[in-house]
Design a protein around this ligand. Structure first.
Ligand code: ADP
Ligand code: MG
Length: 547
């Protein structure tokens, strides 16, 4: 390295992030190793990708490797790769600003003020910047093909320096000068343990002080019956950047209608706040014959399946798939349809074969399916997703749940409506005036307790050619005119008419109509709203962002 670099300021957001990271009391500081290795691995994949797509690079045949070195005397940890490296501009753009969605979401979360940064750094993965949790100074030596070498240095406070440097190898070398409380990361055994834990499946060899430590295996290409549960667990943590275990695993291959090698995981843990946000990237990495085409490949699965983690490998994917193509290629659309159908069918199977586990799953992830219905394009698609939903029913004890198929199977010939009632709790549903008439007629009613359930069922409109009908709507539609003479204990018709008129006058513009009904028994009256009325509040507050 030579000379004095130019001092530059971090972008304001980056400064904020760095400040939080550096002061963090996050207990699993070790995740920074995963982040550095994953960046190195990305940089190596890019070399492989450029070679395949015919972009000419300096020494295209170089070994694609990651070398990690520990030095207890110098108190350093070094991570070096033979990847694409960075030009000066890339250094400034990539390490001086925040581009990654994870870091952005992390900051958003913090702005809300309710979370402790220390508990969520690992979950969000703050990338390269996480190195400042353990380093008092970071040096980045880097050289891209056809470009001079550079040295970037920073102590993680407001500024960094960049300058040209001599004798920099192609690729990137990151030297972390450890803080006094982080000297454990200069210990070879400690680092080995961390690599095994998070980065065992990185597709490039990782050497630690000269000895290779990782297993290189494309688990998704293996025969499903040869993959042990432990392997799945480890691989899931690797691809999903997760800490829990997979609840369900879908590992399959097919050659028609598209060539596919797929390994998908459905998490056991609860979704984080971040997963719920529609800004969260899809969790699938797209490969073509073991070459990584894109991490977090948007459009491979619909947004509502963003909680699914894993790998899709297809020989039918063009290697030079650009971002634009990924958005709008018939190949990708086909892949997405095939995958989505498969995922939905797989979950329908789980509901039948592992009902208990599925129930836990849907308690945590049902909200995503509902989003799928709200954002779905076609009726068929929405109805397939709707098969995954479960509700309590007036015909079953509290705590038990039924599906729309269960309901439909109990319907009598000629019945055309699946009735539902939105209420905050079972007790309120059962004692509601709306339910009364249905109970008397022994008609099954689904109880929905979430504020958006009603909106979801309204959007769904039909299931298996039956109407989804709110009990409120049914109450409003007086099919035959009420025969007052036959109503036990009723006021005479003339007085009823007078009462209705009086109520209308008194309530004025607050109501659109006042009617009498023979359907109520123990309740004197009910208030009904027009379609979407009950959902209006919800639309305004919760789903404002959904198109
Ligand atoms: P992310 O990996 O999610 O993009 P990071 O903060 O980990 O976010 O890294 C930021 C960017 O810095 C990367 O996208 C990449 O462009 C660049 N970068 C980091 N490490 C390397 C490396 N070892 N080789 C080449 N580029 C790198
Ligand atoms: Mg990264």
């Amino acid at each position: 390295p030579t000379g004095q670099g130019t001092r530059m300021e971090f972008q304001a957001e980056t400064r904020m992030l760095l400040d939080i990271v550096a002061k963090s009391l996050y207990s699993e500081k070790e995740v920074f190793i995963r982040e550095l290795i994953s960046n190195s691995s990305d940089a190596l994949e890019k070399v492989r990708y450029f070679n395949l797509t015919g972009k000419s690079l300096e020494s295209p045949d170089r070994a694609l490797e990651i070398h990690i070195g520990t030095d207890k005397v110098a108190k350093t940890l070094t991570v070096q790769d033979t990847g694409v490296g960075m030009t000066r501009e890339e250094l400034v753009d990539n390490l001086g600003t925040i581009a990654r969605s994870g870091s952005k979401a992390f900051l958003e979360e913090l702005k809300k003020g309710s979370v402790d940064p220390g508990t969520i750094i690992g979950q969000f993965g703050v990338g390269f910047y996480s190195t400042f949790m353990i380093a008092e100074k970071v040096e980045v030596y880097t050289r891209a093909s056809g470009s001079p070498g550079y040295l970037w240095t920073s102590d993680g406070t407001g500024t960094y320096e960049v300058g040209e440097a001599e004798n920099v190898q192609l690729g990137t070398k990151i030297v972390a000068r450890l803080k006094p409380d982080s000297l454990e990361f200069a210990d070879e055994d400690r680092i080995k343990e961390v690599i095994r834990k998070y980065s065992n499946f990185v597709g490039n060899p990782i050497f630690l002080n000269g000895k290779q430590v990782n297993t290189i295996q494309a688990v998704w290409l293996m025969d499903p019956k040869d993959v042990s549960e432990e392997m799945h667990e480890e691989f899931y943590r690797f691809v999903g950047n997760s800490y829990d275990r997979p609840r369900f695993t879908l590992h399959y291959r097919t050659d028609a209608p598209v060539n596919l090698r797929t390994l998908l995981y459905f998490p056991e843990g609860k979704p984080g706040l971040f997963d719920l946000s529609r800004d969260m990237d899809v969790g699938i990495s797209l490969y073509c014959r073991k070459v990584l085409i894109r991490h977090r490949a948007e459009n491979i699965l619909p947004k509502w399946l963003r909680f699914v983690k894993g790998v899709v490998d297809s020989e039918d994917i063009p290697l030079n798939l650009s971002r634009e193509l990924l958005q709008d290629s018939s190949q990708i659309r086909k892949l997405r349809t095939v995958l989505t159908n498969r995922v939905v069918r797989f979950l329908q199977d789980r509901a039948r074969k592992e009902p208990d586990s599925y129930r836990e799953f849907i308690t945590n992830y049902g909200i995503f399916f509902k989003e799928g219905i709200l954002t779905g394009q076609e009726q068929m698609e929405k109805e397939e997703i709707a098969r995954l939903l479960q509700y309590e029913s007036s015909k079953c004890p509290a705590g038990e749940r039924v599906t729309l198929m269960d309901y439909a199977s109990r319907m009598k010939p000629g019945e055309r409506d699946i009735f539902y009632l939105a209420a905050p709790s079972r007790h309120l549903a059962e004692s509601s005036a709306y339910f009364e008439a249905f109970k008397a007629r022994d008609v099954e009613v689904l109880f929905c307790y979430e504020p958006y359930d009603e909106l979801v069922l309204m959007t769904l409109r039909q299931f298996d050619r039956k109407n989804l009908t709110s009990v409120e709507k049914e109450m409003r539609q007086e099919k035959e005119s009420v025969k007052v003479e036959e109503m036990e204990g009723s006021l005479p018709k003339s007085e009823l008419d007078a009462l209705t008129e009086w109520m209308k006058d008194t309530l004025g513009g607050k109501v659109s109509a006042v009617k009498y009904t023979g359907k109520l028994d123990s309740h004197p009256c009910v208030v009904t709203v027009e379609d979407m009325g009950a959902a209006r509040h919800f639309v305004r507050t919760q789903f404002a962002g959904i198109p």
